[in-house]
Design a binder for this molecule. Structure first.
Ligand SMILES: Cc1ncc(COP(=O)(O)O)c(C=O)c1O
Length: 405
């Protein structure tokens, strides 16, 4: 997810524009800022690039999810259905608005299994949150159908899938709201940052206020703003927005490079007939940030990981199943409700359920899955070497296991 690999003079120029005025805040100071409005410019570029009605920048993707949930009216005691494979930020955001994250199984799309979503709906369910993990998407037709049938909100966590699409619509713009992260390792980066996208003016205006202490931004100056509701400070700075502005102009080059490198690596892995690939509901909409693939068994997958480690060549191949950040088996702090300041009885009861919940269907997928991160800076020769090394390791562990059997 490497926008930072295309770092250069363009980012420096945008940042320097801000440094020259010294106005690092996105609001106010109309005179001294000399008409430099990087956050406003980036929001306009986001609406234009991703074809959405409104965009609200924030300080992070986590703040974007939190803000979107608040603006959608998700709060105390509401349940949000989400996948058990995601980044911890997705459930942190749900908890931060007082709602209960309800984790359910994934399928071979590596995100929400629509049947598991249906089975988890209760009278408290308010929102379904697919996470478009590792550059590709959830089965949006199915999920939109479920949300319509049960009158639920749909919030897309598209933090890892900037530039991906589903049947012609950009990921993050399909549900009631959607989010991107612009942290340092995302497809485009601001250093730190995020955005909520929506086609609803009402949701947008709520996001706008929520990220800035509830200011309605309608006064002649900040002191004259009204506060129709309580907000927080999730503002992005002009410096971060300036970086993002240079990056978004590089998006099509980033996506094209990712695709080219991804497909070259995939063609090499195709030599191994035991390798299969993640299901992509709309293959044309993959953002190609990762090549996610499966082996037939957990044992083979673990053997491959061990073999690559022994060659000091595992870097960039993510075995999420044993990764502390991304899969439910490792989220003991969540399952044991370990917080610094206590939790509501409803959240505590909701989280305690995970101790006995069976995620065998997801285990059967995640234990066989590797996601190979695609770099923009690889040369064709480097991809060839990398791919051949993976193929050799795969053939070795497959042959060894065959002999053992
Ligand atoms: C799926 C997902 N959601 C949310 C986030 C949070 O984004 P940020 O790091 O900008 O807070 C991330 C970041 O890695 C992510 O991968």
């Amino acid at each position: 997810m490497p926008g930072f690999e295309f770092w250069g003079a363009e980012e420096r120029k945008e940042v320097n524009d801000v440094l020259e005025t010294g106005i690092l805040m996105r609001y106010g100071f109309d005179g001294p800022r000399k008409n430099i409005w990087k956050a406003n410019e980036l929001e306009a570029a986001i609406c234009d690039t991703f074809k959405c009605g409104h965009a609200q920048l924030l300080s992070s993707g986590t703040a974007a999810l939190t803000t979107a949930l608040a603006a959608l009216g998700v709060g105390a005691g509401d349940e949000v259905i989400m996948p058990c494979f995601t980044f911890v930020a997705s459930f942190e955001a749900v908890l931060s608005v007082g709602a209960i994250p309800v984790m359910v199984d994934i399928d071979e799309t590596l995100t929400l299994n629509p049947e598991a979503v249906r089975a988890a709906i209760t009278p408290q369910t308010k929102c379904v949150m697919p996470v478009h993990m590792c550059g590709s998407m959830a089965d949006m037709d199915e999920l939109l159908g479920i949300c319509k049938q049960y009158n639920l909100l749909l919030l897309e966590d598209a933090c890892q899938s900037i530039g991906g699409s589903y049947k012609g619509k950009m990921l993050g713009t399909i549900g009631h709201a959607g989010t991107f992260s612009f942290d340092f390792v995302k497809t485009i980066t601001c250093g730190e940052g995020g955005v909520v996208m929506t086609n609803s003016l009402d949701i947008y205006e709520k996001c706008d206020g929520y990220t800035d202490h509830g200011h309605d931004h309608k006064g002649v100056d900040r002191g004259a703003d009204l506060h129709p509701f309580i907000g927080y400070n999730f503002r992005i700075s002009e410096l971060h927005a300036a970086v993002g502005l240079a990056q978004i102009r590089k998006l099509s080059k980033i996506l094209a490079t990712q695709k080219k490198n991804n497909l070259q690596l995939r063609a090499i892995l195709n030599q191994v007939e035991e390798v299969t690939y993640r299901k992509v509901p709309d293959p044309a909409g993959d953002n190609f940030a990762f090549l996610s693939w499966f082996l037939p068994t957990e044992e083979l997958t673990k053997a491959f990981v061990a073999e690559m480690k022994s060659q000091n060549a595992l870097a960039g191949n993510f075995y999420w199943y044993i990764n502390n950040w991304h899969y439910i088996t490792k989220w003991d702090h969540l399952k044991n409700v370990v917080t610094l300041n206590g939790q509501t009885p409803a959240i505590t009861a909701g989280l305690k359920k995970y101790a006995n919940q069976n995620f065998a269907d997801s285990d059967a997928i995640m234990s066989r899955c590797i996601s190979t991160a695609i770099s923009l800076s690889w040369t064709e020769e480097q991809i060839q070497v990398k791919g051949e090394q993976m193929v050799a390791a795969l053939k070795k562990v497959i042959a060894e296991q065959w002999v053992e059997v």
